[in-house]
Design a protein. Structure first.
Length: 68
């Protein structure tokens, strides 16, 4: 997905390939956008017995980029 987005948004301001994604990565406190593998723990934990007492919670898997 990022290859297409980077190409589309980078053409107008004349940015180098990968430049738009680099700018977005810098906005995330963790330093990069998440990948599918980053979701594994957040998906497994609520399905496990370890979360038995947890009710109606929202897990933000966002690298620290929580909207205010």
């Amino acid at each position: 997905m990022w290859v297409k987005v980077d190409r589309q948004f980078g053409e107008n301001p004349g940015k180098k390939a990968g430049g738009v994604k680099e700018e977005f990565d810098k906005m995330v406190p963790y330093g990069r956008f998440g990948v599918v593998e980053d979701m594994t723990g957040a998906a497994v934990f609520p399905a496990s017995e370890d979360s038995e007492y947890m009710v109606a919670q929202t897990l933000n898997v966002c690298g620290g980029n929580v909207p205010s």
